[in-house]
Design a protein around this ligand. Structure first.
Ligand code: SF4
Length: 410
């Protein structure tokens, strides 16, 4: 896979050393067990895969290039480039402005955009409607288009399904930029519908089974308002279905939804998922670490609006106490941690963070991981914060060297 030019302040020498060593020993990515680093007073498990993916590094490289190549010009991002506050704030500090927030609400009126402004399309891609508006302004939105190729792959599949008269069912978060862009492309290909979760899939299956009953059309319209393509017909458009998904959903949930809808469809169903490689790798690495056991607690680092990070949290919290933090500043000195509750969608504070680990009669272990949009530098700062809390005397370099030596080479 090609490498990208990303700013040094997003990198971590420690994490890079671990990742490079694991890659050298397991180039085909068959081993999803975590890396165990023993710091004496605490052991840290690092998941086998986490951090910047291909699409994020590609988006970062193009965005910083856009800034560098256009001094004196106004540079706009269509919306957050990726869902990580550190990266977006860094871009803003260099003068980049956002046209929309993550829900598609206008932050800078489009009428203020001039043809010679620089527009960056984020990794999630853009809807055809937005492309049409930018085209009408006369702005070049193709030069700095950072749409991830794995998102475009989903659109291509939607077009292929549409060509074969399948209705495209999109498993995704309805408000998410990527899902909105995919819905726009899928609607251009034919009939399309966004399904958020298994609850909605079951409700849809029930509507499909009773499509001719009185009131079912109305229930469908209310339930899927704004999420069904124009002129969607419940009676005709759910015979042959093809399922695609937002690239960052949970693999097992997509499978469950696909199975429910496949059973409900009267015609044929094409239900292969379109999760990207990074989502698959990170979820398998998370499960690999949890299956190995040993962790007393999990810390997941990433943006609170990051879909792939939230799903890692969802997987972890089924098995271990899990804290979803934005960065090291969330871990306070007095045992308080500020973290995000994905169910309440709220930023909360908890006291006594890690206190039970100090009462253990053995060395505690913490599993540390992050989402695909989180800089490794952020994870490294969290690691240092944890080590400081445990008053670890061992310096990180010697622990890494010992770890590498124990693997059989250095
Ligand atoms: S998470 Fe997947 S789809 Fe999203 S940017 Fe990364 S590689 Fe692309």
């Amino acid at each position: 896979m090609r490498s990208f030019d990303i700013p040094d302040h997003f990198k971590s020498p420690i994490i890079s050393k671990v990742k490079d060593k694991r890659k050298e020993l397991d180039a085909r990515k068959l081993d999803f067990s975590p890396t165990l680093l023993d710091f004496g007073a605490v052991k840290i498990q690092l998941a086998r895969h986490f951090g910047f993916c291909f699409g994020v590094e590609n988006a970062i490289e193009i965005s910083y290039k856009a800034i560098f190549e256009n001094p004196g010009k106004r540079v706009f991002l269509l919306s957050q480039m990726i869902h990580n506050p550190e990266v977006n704030e860094d871009l803003e500090s260099r003068g980049v402005k956002f046209l929309m927030d993550t829900k598609g609400r206008e932050l800078t009126p489009l009428k203020e955009v001039q043809p010679d402004d620089i527009i960056i399309i984020p990794a999630f891609g853009a809807s055809l409607e937005m492309e049409g508006k930018l085209k009408a302004i006369g702005v070049d939105f193709k030069k700095y288009n950072t749409t991830c190729p794995f998102v475009e792959r989903v659109w291509n599949r939607a077009y292929k399904l549409g060509d074969k008269d399948y209705t495209v069912i999109i498993h995704g978060k309805p408000d998410h930029e990527e899902t909105r862009a995919t819905f726009s492309h899928a609607s251009n290909a034919g009939a399309a519908l966004v399904v958020a979760d298994i609850g909605e899939a079951l409700a849809l299956a029930s509507l499909m089974a009773n499509k001719d009953a009185v009131g079912v059309e109305k229930t469908f319209s209310e339930m899927f308002k704004g999420r069904a393509s124009a002129g969607f017909n419940l009676s005709k458009d759910l015979e042959n279905i093809g399922v695609v998904n937002q690239t960052t959903m949970i693999a097992s949930e997509t499978q469950e939804i696909a199975d429910v809808l496949k059973k409900a469809a009267k015609g044929s169903a094409n239900t292969k998922d379109t999760l990207c490689y990074a989502t698959n790798d990170n979820q398998k690495a998370t499960l690999g670490a949890l299956d190995e056991g040993g962790a007393d607690l999990v810390i997941v680092v990433g943006g609170y609006n990051s879909s792939n990070t939230s799903h890692i949290v969802e997987i972890c919290e089924k098995k271990k106490p899990t804290f979803f933090i934005r960065n090291e500043l969330e871990i306070k000195e007095d045992g308080v941690i500020d973290h995000f509750d994905i169910h309440a969608q709220a930023h909360i504070s908890s006291e006594g963070f890690m206190s039970e680990l100090f009462d253990l009669e053995r060395v505690p272990t913490i599993l540390l991981t992050s989402g695909a949009s989180c800089p490794d530098a952020s994870v490294e700062r969290v690691l240092h914060k944890i080590l400081a809390r445990f008053d670890c005397g061992n310096d990180v370099d010697s622990v890494l060297n010992n770890w590498a030596l124990n693997l059989g080479s250095d």
